[in-house]
Design a protein around this ligand. Structure first.
Ligand SMILES: [Ca+2]
Ligand SMILES: [Ca+2]
Ligand SMILES: [Ca+2]
Length: 371
């Protein structure tokens, strides 16, 4: 008995005197540092062409964070309609930023009777962002399901996720802008050679919250919120039908008849599903050897589960082979993840989004660094 007590006391002493993560039995292969605090619902973390981490906050601010010091300054702000899940969301950069210094952003606008989302761009003059120019508007918006992640493809096109904004029927309508992944030129026009002659690249989506191209294969991965069942990770194919609202997750008749619809409509099934849901959000690929064994992993945050997921993929990338859950509950709701070129990983918390229990320092950007 005295032996056991002394072991227990040692564990307690360690957990107070060393960084947070070492208190976990077994230990994670990384240490955790809080890089920025006092933020309000940071939504997107993006590695800037200037070596800074750019991040959006849902209320409308875009800031630049110096990864070396954690100092961050506001680059600009957008007037947004900010209620429920809407506001300022995804950001991205023009692929020729040195010559074409455009920052893209998705945000909610409108008011009580009509809410929409739109894609804008702002010019960066080296010190501040200019006024937003509207590239595409009238995307269905609401207090919920606004999609709005942006990724620039290897084909130099913009890929933008849109949610069903609570009207699930739009998702199967190929000509509607909601419940889609859109493929647009860098000027926000429907990209040439899109599958249906409009902006739609894929359809049948409910609320896609993560979007990332695999940096070597060029395959597009997406994370998506289900209703109370069937959150999903998908591989996005040209013209693909991802099933919503007729199919949740797999074509397995779990929520009613699905198989017939799947057969008739060639529905593409997800790589993974979660029931009950975890509210899976931002995604990125880890390409470094700094954190041992992580090279090639797909990382994704989750709001409800408060987890960083690390997925390993089959050699051809078409299947998830292992799933690891990290940080579970330690920082609350997690909105986005960014794998920095040097092998560090940055994560944005989302405890001030109206559904969390913020602590004094929330929201925060934290960094995972190899030990
Ligand atoms: Ca991001
Ligand atoms: Ca689906
Ligand atoms: Ca199903």
């Amino acid at each position: 008995m005295p032996m056991i007590r002394s072991v227990a006391l040692t564990v307690i002493a360690v957990s107070f005197s060393l960084p947070l993560d070492r208190s976990q039995p077994g230990g994670d292969p990384f240490s955790v540092t809080v890089v920025a605090s006092g933020l309000d619902t940071p939504w997107d973390l993006a590695w800037g062409p200037d070596g800074m981490i750019w991040f959006s906050e849902r209320g409308g601010r875009i800031s630049r964070l110096d990864p070396a010091t954690g100092a961050h300054t506001i680059a600009g702000s957008i007037e947004v309609s900010h209620s429920g899940e809407g506001g300022l969301m995804g950001i991205a950069f023009h692929p020729d930023f040195a010559r074409e210094p455009w920052v893209y952003a998705m945000h909610t606008y409108g008011g009580m009777f009509r809410t929409n989302n739109r894609l804008v761009r702002m010019r960066w003059d080296g010190r501040a962002l200019g006024a937003p120019q509207v590239l595409l508007e009238g995307i269905p918006g609401a207090g919920i399901h606004n999609g709005s992640r942006i990724a620039v493809g290897p084909d130099r096109m913009l890929y933008v996720t849109t949610g069903d904004a609570g009207s699930s029927d739009v998702a199967q309508d190929r000509s509607a802008l909601g419940g889609k992944i859109l493929r647009l030129t860098l000027d926000g026009k429907p990209a040439p050679d899109n599958p249906f002659g409009n902006a739609t690249w894929s359809f049948g989506h409910r609320n896609p919250q993560g979007l990332v191209f695999h940096p070597t294969t060029g395959v597009l991965y997406e994370t998506e919120h289900g209703p109370s069942d069937n959150d999903e990770v998908n591989i996005i194919r040209r013209g693909g039908n991802y099933g919503w609202p007729n199919v949740h997750g797999m074509c397995d008749d779990d929520i009613g008849p699905e198989r017939e619809f799947c057969r008739r409509n060639s529905v593409i099934e997800p790589l993974a599903t979660w029931t009950p849901t975890v509210a899976i959000t931002g995604a990125d690929f880890y390409l470094s050897d700094r954190i041992l064994g992580w090279r090639g992993s797909l990382l994704a945050t989750s709001l409800k589960a408060g987890t960083l997921f690390r997925f390993t993929l089959s050699p051809d990338g078409s299947r998830i082979t292992t799933t690891e859950e990290l940080l579970k509950g330690r920082f609350g709701r997690l909105r986005d993840v960014l794998a920095a070129p040097n092998g560090d990983v940055y994560i944005a918390t989302s405890n001030r989004d109206g559904r969390g229990s913020p602590v004094r320092d929330d929201d925060r950007i934290i960094r995972l660094s190899a030990r």
